[in-house]
Design a protein around this ligand. Structure first.
Ligand code: ADP
Length: 440
Protein backbone atom coordinates (compact mmCIF):
# COMPACT_ATOMS: atom_id res chain seq x y z
CA UNK A 1 0.00 0.00 0.00
CA UNK A 2 2.98 2.34 0.33
CA UNK A 3 3.57 4.66 -2.48
CA UNK A 4 6.58 3.61 -4.57
CA UNK A 5 9.38 6.18 -4.51
CA UNK A 6 11.02 6.80 -7.84
CA UNK A 7 14.79 7.41 -8.16
CA UNK A 8 17.29 8.00 -11.01
CA UNK A 9 18.73 4.90 -12.69
CA UNK A 10 22.46 5.01 -11.96
CA UNK A 11 23.90 2.49 -14.47
CA UNK A 12 27.66 2.79 -15.16
CA UNK A 13 27.07 3.54 -18.89
CA UNK A 14 24.82 6.42 -18.04
CA UNK A 15 27.32 7.68 -15.43
CA UNK A 16 30.15 7.74 -18.08
CA UNK A 17 27.96 9.34 -20.68
CA UNK A 18 26.99 11.95 -18.05
CA UNK A 19 30.76 12.73 -17.58
CA UNK A 20 31.90 12.71 -21.23
CA UNK A 21 28.91 14.32 -22.90
CA UNK A 22 29.63 17.89 -21.67
CA UNK A 23 33.28 17.62 -22.79
CA UNK A 24 32.61 16.62 -26.42
CA UNK A 25 32.29 20.24 -27.74
CA UNK A 26 35.63 21.22 -26.07
CA UNK A 27 37.46 18.21 -27.54
CA UNK A 28 35.88 18.90 -30.93
CA UNK A 29 36.95 22.60 -30.75
CA UNK A 30 40.52 21.56 -29.81
CA UNK A 31 40.77 19.13 -32.76
CA UNK A 32 39.45 21.83 -35.16
CA UNK A 33 41.89 24.46 -33.74
CA UNK A 34 44.92 22.15 -33.92
CA UNK A 35 43.98 21.12 -37.45
CA UNK A 36 43.59 24.81 -38.47
CA UNK A 37 46.99 25.74 -36.91
CA UNK A 38 48.53 22.76 -38.73
CA UNK A 39 46.98 23.93 -42.06
CA UNK A 40 48.17 27.53 -41.44
CA UNK A 41 51.62 26.20 -40.73
CA UNK A 42 51.77 27.35 -37.07
CA UNK A 43 52.07 23.74 -35.89
CA UNK A 44 53.62 20.64 -37.30
CA UNK A 45 51.39 17.57 -37.57
CA UNK A 46 53.11 15.90 -34.57
CA UNK A 47 52.87 19.02 -32.38
CA UNK A 48 49.14 19.22 -33.17
CA UNK A 49 48.66 15.53 -32.26
CA UNK A 50 50.74 16.14 -29.07
CA UNK A 51 48.46 19.04 -27.98
CA UNK A 52 45.29 16.99 -28.64
CA UNK A 53 46.62 14.04 -26.57
CA UNK A 54 47.80 16.23 -23.64
CA UNK A 55 44.57 18.19 -23.55
CA UNK A 56 42.44 15.00 -23.66
CA UNK A 57 44.47 13.47 -20.78
CA UNK A 58 43.91 16.62 -18.68
CA UNK A 59 40.20 16.45 -19.47
CA UNK A 60 40.08 12.77 -18.48
CA UNK A 61 41.88 13.54 -15.21
CA UNK A 62 39.24 16.15 -14.50
CA UNK A 63 36.60 13.58 -15.49
CA UNK A 64 37.83 11.21 -12.82
CA UNK A 65 37.16 13.98 -10.24
CA UNK A 66 33.75 14.43 -11.81
CA UNK A 67 33.14 10.71 -11.62
CA UNK A 68 34.09 10.68 -7.95
CA UNK A 69 31.75 13.60 -7.39
CA UNK A 70 29.01 11.85 -9.31
CA UNK A 71 29.51 8.60 -7.43
CA UNK A 72 29.42 10.49 -4.15
CA UNK A 73 26.23 12.18 -5.28
CA UNK A 74 24.83 8.84 -6.38
CA UNK A 75 25.64 7.27 -2.98
CA UNK A 76 24.04 10.17 -1.19
CA UNK A 77 20.88 9.80 -3.31
CA UNK A 78 20.78 6.07 -2.69
CA UNK A 79 21.19 6.59 1.05
CA UNK A 80 18.49 9.24 0.98
CA UNK A 81 16.19 6.88 -0.93
CA UNK A 82 16.95 4.12 1.57
CA UNK A 83 16.24 6.57 4.41
CA UNK A 84 12.90 7.56 2.90
CA UNK A 85 11.80 3.94 2.37
CA UNK A 86 12.94 2.94 5.84
CA UNK A 87 11.32 6.04 7.36
CA UNK A 88 8.07 5.43 5.55
CA UNK A 89 8.13 1.75 6.48
CA UNK A 90 8.67 2.63 10.14
CA UNK A 91 5.87 5.19 9.98
CA UNK A 92 3.63 2.66 8.31
CA UNK A 93 4.21 0.18 11.14
CA UNK A 94 3.29 2.88 13.65
CA UNK A 95 0.29 4.02 11.65
CA UNK A 96 -0.94 0.43 11.31
CA UNK A 97 -1.04 0.20 15.12
CA UNK A 98 -3.44 3.15 15.30
CA UNK A 99 -7.05 2.01 15.58
CA UNK A 100 -8.49 5.11 13.91
CA UNK A 101 -8.30 5.69 10.17
CA UNK A 102 -4.96 7.44 9.55
CA UNK A 103 -3.45 8.81 6.32
CA UNK A 104 -0.05 10.42 5.60
CA UNK A 105 0.05 12.95 2.77
CA UNK A 106 2.83 15.17 1.38
CA UNK A 107 2.97 18.95 0.74
CA UNK A 108 0.96 18.46 -2.46
CA UNK A 109 -1.81 16.47 -0.72
CA UNK A 110 -0.59 13.27 -2.39
CA UNK A 111 -1.31 10.18 -0.27
CA UNK A 112 1.91 8.42 0.82
CA UNK A 113 0.66 5.77 3.25
CA UNK A 114 -2.54 4.84 5.08
CA UNK A 115 -3.54 2.18 7.59
CA UNK A 116 -6.02 -0.69 7.26
CA UNK A 117 -8.68 1.22 9.11
CA UNK A 118 -8.47 4.10 6.59
CA UNK A 119 -8.48 1.53 3.82
CA UNK A 120 -11.74 0.06 5.15
CA UNK A 121 -13.36 3.40 5.95
CA UNK A 122 -12.47 5.54 2.95
CA UNK A 123 -10.82 3.50 0.23
CA UNK A 124 -12.91 0.35 0.06
CA UNK A 125 -16.17 2.00 -0.90
CA UNK A 126 -14.97 4.96 -2.95
CA UNK A 127 -11.72 3.97 -4.53
CA UNK A 128 -11.34 0.22 -4.71
CA UNK A 129 -13.21 -0.20 -7.99
CA UNK A 130 -12.14 2.84 -9.90
CA UNK A 131 -8.88 4.07 -8.45
CA UNK A 132 -6.90 1.23 -6.98
CA UNK A 133 -4.84 -0.95 -9.24
CA UNK A 134 -5.27 -4.72 -9.27
CA UNK A 135 -2.51 -5.13 -6.65
CA UNK A 136 -4.52 -2.88 -4.33
CA UNK A 137 -1.84 -0.23 -4.49
CA UNK A 138 -2.77 3.39 -4.63
CA UNK A 139 -1.83 4.92 -7.95
CA UNK A 140 1.07 7.38 -7.86
CA UNK A 141 -0.13 10.90 -7.29
CA UNK A 142 -3.53 10.06 -5.77
CA UNK A 143 -4.60 13.09 -3.76
CA UNK A 144 -6.54 13.16 -0.51
CA UNK A 145 -9.36 15.21 -2.08
CA UNK A 146 -10.14 12.36 -4.49
CA UNK A 147 -10.87 10.11 -1.53
CA UNK A 148 -12.26 12.51 1.09
CA UNK A 149 -14.43 15.20 -0.38
CA UNK A 150 -14.46 17.87 2.28
CA UNK A 151 -13.84 21.52 1.46
CA UNK A 152 -13.31 22.24 5.14
CA UNK A 153 -10.55 19.64 5.34
CA UNK A 154 -8.75 21.07 2.30
CA UNK A 155 -9.07 24.68 3.46
CA UNK A 156 -7.81 23.78 6.92
CA UNK A 157 -4.92 21.80 5.43
CA UNK A 158 -3.86 24.77 3.30
CA UNK A 159 -4.03 27.17 6.24
CA UNK A 160 -2.12 24.72 8.42
CA UNK A 161 0.62 24.27 5.82
CA UNK A 162 1.08 28.02 5.53
CA UNK A 163 1.07 28.66 9.27
CA UNK A 164 4.28 27.44 10.82
CA UNK A 165 2.23 25.82 13.61
CA UNK A 166 3.54 22.70 15.27
CA UNK A 167 0.49 21.97 17.39
CA UNK A 168 -2.22 19.55 16.27
CA UNK A 169 -5.09 21.17 14.38
CA UNK A 170 -8.52 19.71 15.17
CA UNK A 171 -11.57 20.01 12.96
CA UNK A 172 -14.88 18.27 12.56
CA UNK A 173 -16.04 17.27 9.09
CA UNK A 174 -19.25 15.71 7.79
CA UNK A 175 -19.05 13.35 4.84
CA UNK A 176 -22.36 13.11 3.04
CA UNK A 177 -23.60 9.69 1.99
CA UNK A 178 -26.52 7.34 2.48
CA UNK A 179 -26.03 8.21 6.16
CA UNK A 180 -24.08 11.42 6.81
CA UNK A 181 -20.96 10.47 8.79
CA UNK A 182 -19.12 12.91 11.01
CA UNK A 183 -15.43 12.72 11.90
CA UNK A 184 -13.10 14.62 14.17
CA UNK A 185 -9.83 15.07 12.27
CA UNK A 186 -6.42 15.70 13.88
CA UNK A 187 -3.93 17.25 11.45
CA UNK A 188 -0.27 17.22 12.44
CA UNK A 189 3.06 18.00 10.78
CA UNK A 190 5.59 15.20 10.27
CA UNK A 191 9.15 15.87 9.01
CA UNK A 192 9.85 14.68 5.49
CA UNK A 193 12.85 12.33 5.44
CA UNK A 194 14.40 13.68 2.29
CA UNK A 195 13.86 17.39 1.97
CA UNK A 196 13.19 20.46 4.00
CA UNK A 197 9.48 19.96 3.45
CA UNK A 198 6.85 18.35 5.67
CA UNK A 199 4.37 15.55 5.37
CA UNK A 200 1.00 15.75 7.11
CA UNK A 201 -0.63 13.09 9.23
CA UNK A 202 -4.44 12.99 9.23
CA UNK A 203 -6.14 11.00 12.00
CA UNK A 204 -9.91 10.49 11.78
CA UNK A 205 -12.19 9.69 14.74
CA UNK A 206 -15.77 8.85 13.81
CA UNK A 207 -18.29 10.80 15.90
CA UNK A 208 -21.51 9.80 14.10
CA UNK A 209 -22.71 7.50 16.92
CA UNK A 210 -21.77 9.91 19.72
CA UNK A 211 -23.63 12.71 17.92
CA UNK A 212 -26.66 10.48 17.46
CA UNK A 213 -26.65 9.58 21.15
CA UNK A 214 -26.34 13.26 22.13
CA UNK A 215 -29.25 14.18 19.84
CA UNK A 216 -31.35 11.31 21.19
CA UNK A 217 -30.52 12.31 24.74
CA UNK A 218 -31.52 15.92 24.25
CA UNK A 219 -34.68 14.84 22.40
CA UNK A 220 -35.45 12.51 25.29
CA UNK A 221 -34.96 15.22 27.90
CA UNK A 222 -37.15 17.60 25.87
CA UNK A 223 -39.90 14.94 25.54
CA UNK A 224 -39.74 13.87 29.18
CA UNK A 225 -39.93 17.48 30.39
CA UNK A 226 -42.82 18.15 28.03
CA UNK A 227 -44.70 15.07 29.29
CA UNK A 228 -44.15 16.05 32.93
CA UNK A 229 -45.01 19.70 32.34
CA UNK A 230 -48.68 18.96 31.64
CA UNK A 231 -49.64 17.16 34.89
CA UNK A 232 -47.48 19.47 36.97
CA UNK A 233 -49.03 22.65 35.57
CA UNK A 234 -52.54 21.18 36.05
CA UNK A 235 -51.62 20.27 39.66
CA UNK A 236 -50.30 23.79 40.22
CA UNK A 237 -53.41 25.40 38.72
CA UNK A 238 -55.79 23.28 40.82
CA UNK A 239 -53.79 23.86 44.01
CA UNK A 240 -53.87 27.64 43.44
CA UNK A 241 -57.64 27.58 42.77
CA UNK A 242 -58.25 25.50 45.89
CA UNK A 243 -56.13 27.86 47.95
CA UNK A 244 -58.26 30.83 46.83
CA UNK A 245 -61.76 29.36 46.62
CA UNK A 246 -61.49 25.98 48.37
CA UNK A 247 -63.70 27.00 51.31
CA UNK A 248 -66.52 28.36 49.16
CA UNK A 249 -67.92 25.29 47.42
CA UNK A 250 -67.35 21.87 48.96
CA UNK A 251 -68.60 19.91 45.86
CA UNK A 252 -66.35 21.76 43.39
CA UNK A 253 -63.45 21.37 45.79
CA UNK A 254 -64.03 17.60 45.83
CA UNK A 255 -63.98 17.56 42.01
CA UNK A 256 -60.75 19.54 42.00
CA UNK A 257 -59.19 17.21 44.56
CA UNK A 258 -60.07 14.21 42.38
CA UNK A 259 -58.39 15.88 39.39
CA UNK A 260 -55.43 16.65 41.60
CA UNK A 261 -55.06 12.98 42.50
CA UNK A 262 -55.44 11.91 38.81
CA UNK A 263 -52.73 14.27 37.64
CA UNK A 264 -50.37 13.31 40.47
CA UNK A 265 -50.93 9.65 39.52
CA UNK A 266 -50.08 10.50 35.93
CA UNK A 267 -46.88 12.28 36.97
CA UNK A 268 -45.99 9.38 39.25
CA UNK A 269 -46.58 6.79 36.49
CA UNK A 270 -44.42 8.79 34.14
CA UNK A 271 -41.59 9.04 36.65
CA UNK A 272 -41.83 5.31 37.39
CA UNK A 273 -41.70 4.46 33.66
CA UNK A 274 -38.79 6.86 33.12
CA UNK A 275 -36.89 5.13 35.93
CA UNK A 276 -37.76 1.68 34.51
CA UNK A 277 -36.58 2.73 31.07
CA UNK A 278 -33.38 4.17 32.48
CA UNK A 279 -32.73 0.94 34.39
CA UNK A 280 -33.46 -1.21 31.34
CA UNK A 281 -31.08 0.89 29.23
CA UNK A 282 -28.32 0.84 31.84
CA UNK A 283 -28.45 -2.94 32.09
CA UNK A 284 -28.80 -3.55 28.37
CA UNK A 285 -25.20 -4.76 28.02
CA UNK A 286 -25.21 -7.07 31.04
CA UNK A 287 -26.21 -10.51 29.87
CA UNK A 288 -28.74 -11.99 32.38
CA UNK A 289 -27.65 -15.41 33.62
CA UNK A 290 -30.34 -16.65 36.02
CA UNK A 291 -32.53 -19.60 35.15
CA UNK A 292 -36.07 -18.23 34.99
CA UNK A 293 -39.26 -20.26 34.73
CA UNK A 294 -41.65 -18.27 32.54
CA UNK A 295 -44.70 -20.22 33.75
CA UNK A 296 -43.90 -19.23 37.33
CA UNK A 297 -43.49 -15.57 36.33
CA UNK A 298 -46.92 -15.63 34.66
CA UNK A 299 -48.56 -17.35 37.66
CA UNK A 300 -47.13 -14.65 39.84
CA UNK A 301 -48.63 -11.73 37.91
CA UNK A 302 -51.85 -13.30 36.64
CA UNK A 303 -54.18 -12.43 39.53
CA UNK A 304 -53.28 -8.74 39.52
CA UNK A 305 -53.76 -8.53 35.75
CA UNK A 306 -57.02 -10.42 35.95
CA UNK A 307 -58.32 -7.75 38.37
CA UNK A 308 -57.59 -5.10 35.75
CA UNK A 309 -59.20 -7.28 33.04
CA UNK A 310 -62.34 -7.69 35.11
CA UNK A 311 -62.51 -3.94 35.72
CA UNK A 312 -62.33 -3.41 31.93
CA UNK A 313 -64.79 -6.27 31.27
CA UNK A 314 -62.18 -8.27 29.37
CA UNK A 315 -61.93 -12.03 29.45
CA UNK A 316 -58.28 -12.87 30.27
CA UNK A 317 -57.25 -16.49 29.66
CA UNK A 318 -54.04 -18.56 29.61
CA UNK A 319 -52.98 -21.07 26.98
CA UNK A 320 -49.87 -22.60 28.55
CA UNK A 321 -48.72 -25.74 26.81
CA UNK A 322 -46.26 -27.14 29.39
CA UNK A 323 -45.59 -27.03 33.11
CA UNK A 324 -42.25 -25.20 32.96
CA UNK A 325 -40.47 -23.08 30.36
CA UNK A 326 -36.90 -22.20 31.31
CA UNK A 327 -34.78 -19.43 29.87
CA UNK A 328 -31.66 -17.56 31.06
CA UNK A 329 -32.84 -14.15 32.14
CA UNK A 330 -33.59 -11.50 34.71
CA UNK A 331 -36.87 -12.27 36.46
CA UNK A 332 -37.71 -8.64 37.32
CA UNK A 333 -37.14 -7.58 33.71
CA UNK A 334 -39.28 -10.39 32.33
CA UNK A 335 -42.08 -9.66 34.77
CA UNK A 336 -41.97 -5.97 33.71
CA UNK A 337 -42.10 -6.90 29.97
CA UNK A 338 -44.99 -9.38 30.44
CA UNK A 339 -47.01 -6.88 32.51
CA UNK A 340 -46.51 -4.10 29.94
CA UNK A 341 -47.69 -6.26 27.02
CA UNK A 342 -50.65 -7.82 28.86
CA UNK A 343 -51.75 -4.46 30.34
CA UNK A 344 -51.68 -2.91 26.85
CA UNK A 345 -53.76 -5.77 25.42
CA UNK A 346 -56.32 -5.24 28.21
CA UNK A 347 -56.41 -1.45 28.30
CA UNK A 348 -56.55 -0.83 24.51
CA UNK A 349 -59.20 -3.54 24.05
CA UNK A 350 -62.95 -2.84 24.05
CA UNK A 351 -65.12 -4.13 26.83
CA UNK A 352 -66.62 -7.56 26.31
CA UNK A 353 -63.62 -8.79 24.27
CA UNK A 354 -60.82 -11.20 25.17
CA UNK A 355 -57.05 -11.43 25.72
CA UNK A 356 -55.15 -14.74 25.53
CA UNK A 357 -51.69 -15.32 27.03
CA UNK A 358 -49.85 -18.11 25.23
CA UNK A 359 -46.65 -19.99 26.18
CA UNK A 360 -45.14 -22.77 24.04
CA UNK A 361 -41.74 -23.99 22.89
CA UNK A 362 -39.83 -25.84 20.23
CA UNK A 363 -36.35 -27.41 20.42
CA UNK A 364 -34.44 -24.07 20.78
CA UNK A 365 -36.90 -21.33 21.66
CA UNK A 366 -39.77 -20.41 23.96
CA UNK A 367 -42.65 -18.35 22.57
CA UNK A 368 -44.59 -15.89 24.75
CA UNK A 369 -47.55 -14.35 22.92
CA UNK A 370 -50.35 -11.98 23.97
CA UNK A 371 -53.29 -11.83 21.56
CA UNK A 372 -56.25 -9.48 21.77
CA UNK A 373 -59.28 -8.92 19.56
CA UNK A 374 -59.23 -5.17 20.12
CA UNK A 375 -59.09 -2.26 17.62
CA UNK A 376 -55.75 -3.31 16.04
CA UNK A 377 -52.98 -0.99 14.88
CA UNK A 378 -52.44 0.35 11.36
CA UNK A 379 -49.27 -0.88 9.58
CA UNK A 380 -47.74 2.60 9.38
CA UNK A 381 -47.47 2.79 13.19
CA UNK A 382 -46.05 -0.67 13.84
CA UNK A 383 -42.34 0.03 13.10
CA UNK A 384 -42.43 3.08 15.42
CA UNK A 385 -44.30 1.58 18.39
CA UNK A 386 -41.12 0.87 20.38
CA UNK A 387 -39.87 4.48 20.08
CA UNK A 388 -39.95 6.43 23.32
CA UNK A 389 -43.18 8.43 23.78
CA UNK A 390 -44.67 7.11 20.55
CA UNK A 391 -48.43 6.69 20.74
CA UNK A 392 -50.96 5.81 18.06
CA UNK A 393 -53.54 8.02 19.77
CA UNK A 394 -52.25 10.41 22.42
CA UNK A 395 -55.62 11.11 24.08
CA UNK A 396 -56.58 7.45 24.34
CA UNK A 397 -53.11 6.62 25.77
CA UNK A 398 -53.38 9.35 28.43
CA UNK A 399 -56.98 8.39 29.28
CA UNK A 400 -55.88 4.78 29.77
CA UNK A 401 -52.98 5.77 31.99
CA UNK A 402 -50.34 5.31 29.25
CA UNK A 403 -47.01 7.11 29.19
CA UNK A 404 -45.77 6.08 25.73
CA UNK A 405 -42.79 4.34 27.31
CA UNK A 406 -44.14 0.81 27.87
CA UNK A 407 -43.07 -0.78 24.57
CA UNK A 408 -39.77 1.07 24.63
CA UNK A 409 -39.02 -0.56 28.01
CA UNK A 410 -40.08 -3.96 26.57
CA UNK A 411 -37.75 -3.46 23.58
CA UNK A 412 -34.76 -2.72 25.86
CA UNK A 413 -35.48 -5.78 28.00
CA UNK A 414 -35.76 -7.97 24.90
CA UNK A 415 -32.47 -6.64 23.51
CA UNK A 416 -30.78 -7.44 26.81
CA UNK A 417 -32.10 -11.01 26.66
CA UNK A 418 -31.05 -11.38 23.01
CA UNK A 419 -34.68 -12.25 22.32
CA UNK A 420 -36.95 -11.12 19.48
CA UNK A 421 -40.12 -9.02 19.48
CA UNK A 422 -42.76 -9.63 16.78
CA UNK A 423 -45.84 -7.43 16.39
CA UNK A 424 -48.74 -8.46 14.18
CA UNK A 425 -51.88 -6.41 13.94
CA UNK A 426 -54.85 -5.75 11.72
CA UNK A 427 -57.16 -2.78 12.13
CA UNK A 428 -60.55 -3.92 13.38
CA UNK A 429 -59.34 -7.45 14.13
CA UNK A 430 -56.82 -7.18 16.94
CA UNK A 431 -53.12 -7.47 17.70
CA UNK A 432 -50.58 -9.99 18.91
CA UNK A 433 -47.27 -9.18 20.56
CA UNK A 434 -44.76 -12.08 20.73
CA UNK A 435 -41.40 -12.53 22.42
CA UNK A 436 -39.19 -15.38 21.20
CA UNK A 437 -36.63 -16.35 23.88
CA UNK A 438 -33.69 -18.70 23.51
CA UNK A 439 -34.06 -21.72 25.75
CA UNK A 440 -31.81 -22.06 28.80
P1 ADP B 1 -48.52 3.53 26.41
O1 ADP B 1 -47.96 3.83 27.72
O2 ADP B 1 -49.12 4.72 25.72
O3 ADP B 1 -49.42 2.36 26.39
P2 ADP B 1 -46.72 1.85 24.90
O4 ADP B 1 -45.33 2.12 24.52
O5 ADP B 1 -46.99 0.71 25.80
O6 ADP B 1 -47.25 3.21 25.50
O7 ADP B 1 -47.58 1.67 23.60
C1 ADP B 1 -47.44 2.59 22.54
C2 ADP B 1 -48.74 2.73 21.78
O8 ADP B 1 -49.01 1.53 21.09
C3 ADP B 1 -49.92 2.94 22.66
O9 ADP B 1 -50.09 4.30 22.94
C4 ADP B 1 -51.05 2.39 21.84
O10 ADP B 1 -51.52 3.39 20.96
C5 ADP B 1 -50.41 1.31 21.00
N1 ADP B 1 -50.68 -0.07 21.51
C6 ADP B 1 -49.87 -0.81 22.28
N2 ADP B 1 -50.40 -2.03 22.51
C7 ADP B 1 -51.58 -2.06 21.84
C8 ADP B 1 -52.61 -3.03 21.66
N3 ADP B 1 -52.54 -4.26 22.21
N4 ADP B 1 -53.67 -2.69 20.90
C9 ADP B 1 -53.77 -1.50 20.31
N5 ADP B 1 -52.83 -0.52 20.44
C10 ADP B 1 -51.77 -0.79 21.20
Amino acid sequence: MDKKIETTDYKIGSVLSEIIRPKIPIIFLLVVLCFAFFLLGFLTFFTAIFFIVIFTVVLLAMSSDDRKALEFYKNQEELKFKDISEGLNKLKTIIEAIKEPTILINENDVILIFNQSADKTFFSSIARDSLLSSENEIPTGLRIQTIIRSTLLLETLNLYKNSQKNSIEKIEIILPGEIDRSYEVDISRVPNFSKDEFNYLLMFRETTEVKKILTLRSEFIANASHELKTPISVIKGIAETLEKYGDEDKETSKDFLKKLIDQSNRAQLLIEDLLSLNQAEMRQHILPENKVNLTAVLDNIFDGLNELAKKNKINLTRDIRKKDFYILGDEDDIRRAFINLIENAIKYNTSGKKVIIHLSDNSDTVLFKVTDDGPGISNIHIPRLTERFYRVDLDSSIKKGGTGLGLSIVKNIITRHKAQLDIESEVGKGSSFSIIFNKA
